[in-house]
Design a protein. Structure first.
Length: 103
């Protein structure tokens, strides 16, 4: 059975602008522009480490500002590739596939 965790967070204030810049920078570091290719190895190892650390930090500080909304769902029903297809680069989403997480 496939299992996945879906996390949605909303960050306010100047931290939101900082995080948006980091996400855009990480997304731009992707080593291929082919929208049909999708794998964690398409980002440099240092980017994957930074994204995993960011996701860990966001989760650890989910109950304090500037995080104003944080929710996680456990999805034991969908196939493991459903969320990857939803945020696939061919659909123009800015997503970074890290070693342990997709942001």
């Amino acid at each position: 059975m496939a299992a996945q965790r879906v996390t949605i967070a909303k960050v306010g204030g100047v931290a939101a602008n900082f995080i948006m810049g980091r996400l855009q920078g990480w997304a731009a570091a992707r080593l291929t522009r082919d929208p049909h290719e999708w794998d964690a190895e398409q980002w440099p190892k240092h980017v994957r480490r930074e994204v995993d650390a960011f996701a860990d930090g966001l989760r650890a500080h989910a109950l304090v500002p500037p995080v104003v909304h944080f929710v996680e769902w456990s999805d034991l029903w969908s196939m493991g590739d459903v969320l990857d297809r939803l945020d696939h680069p061919a659909k123009r989403a800015e997503t970074v596939q890290a070693s342990r997480r997709s942001v």
